[in-house]
Design a protein around this ligand. Structure first.
Ligand code: 6GU
Length: 279
């Protein structure tokens, strides 16, 4: 997978080179490019924003800068920096050894358009289902807006070269899209086969069965007078599985009751589940 990020704060995307994502870059599973939007500014002051039509506070990012930036990055004509992993170099094997879901839309259609993700508090809520789907993409471009956003015509026009998604990471307002890109990119990349050591660890994630994950424990058996639940030490796998399901159900009912309702409506709750929820 290739990820490109266009931003006026390229240094804000440094964390993409570390830890999990850095390892994916090392393994040749992931390529990351970070591009300074000002590289496409044309005036001496390298300005990227202007006052809003209709008045009001703040500034709007200019279409005359974003348009060419998105044109160039879509085609791989990018003056930005390719991020090397911050981790020590190891031998790279099996570069691009993955199944490309977005290779072609139909026979003879050529490569699919890249996916353009525009983080904005006015977007559709980002979900684990989106992360799962987008982990199959070949090329994702993120457009980070600052100030009061990007001229809407940029997003409208980008449909010619991209499949476009405007997404929000929650009901609160950030200063710009950069932190949202870190969140969304990490959620996507950890689902690419080979990035997480253990495939089970994302089959059992919170949300993959529509429930929050229950509590986890490790040694010692007693810590500050608090005991690990007996059932987890019983060696009875069926009992352990049932207990974990019960804990997930009870935690979800308490913290996210709307998720229980969704699961009930989609037929995702068994008679045993309903009994646990009745208490
Ligand atoms: Cl994706 N961007 C910004 N700027 N603020 C947000 C957001 C995104 N999601 C929630 N708040």
């Amino acid at each position: 997978m290739r990820l490109d990020v266009i931003t006026i704060f390229p240094e804000y995307l440094e964390p993409l080179r570390h830890a999990l994502l850095g390892k994916a870059i090392e393994q040749g599973i992931l390529e990351v490019g970070v591009h300074d939007l000002r590289a496409w500014a044309t005036d001496v002051h390298k300005s990227v924003d202007d006052t809003p039509y209709g008045g009001g506070p703040g500034m709007v990012m200019k279409p005359s800068v974003w348009g060419p930036a998105l044109d160039d990055v879509a085609t791989g004509d990018r003056p930005g920096t390719s991020l090397e992993s911050a981790l020590p170099h190891r031998n790279v094997i099996g570069i691009h050894d993955r199944t490309g879901a977005a290779e072609e839309d139909a026979p003879g259609a050529g490569p699919a358009k890249p996916l353009l993700i525009v983080p904005t508090p006015a977007g559709k809520p980002f979900t684990q289902a989106m992360a799962r789907s987008w982990s199959q993409e070949d090329h994702i471009v993120f457009a980070c807006g600052r100030y009061e956003g990007i001229d809407q015509r940029v997003v409208d026009n980008a449909c010619e070269r991209y499949r476009v998604e405007e997404v929000s990471i929650g009901d609160y307002v950030l200063i710009g899209g950069e932190v949202a890109v870190l969140v969304i990119a990490e959620a996507i990349v950890r689902l690419i086969p080979g990035v997480l050591g253990n495939a089970r660890s994302h089959q059992e994630d919170s949300f993959s069965d529509g429930l929050l994950e229950g509590p986890s424990y490790t040694k010692p058996q007693v810590w500050r007078g608090l005991e690990v639940p007996e059932v987890l030490r019983s060696g009875n796998h069926a009992k352990v599985d049932r207990w974990r399901r019960d804990q997930a159900l009870l935690r979800t009912a308490q913290r996210r009751p709307e998720l229980i309702e969704q699961l009930r409506e989609s037929g995702g709750l068994s008679a045993a589940d309903e009994e646990v929820l009745r208490g």
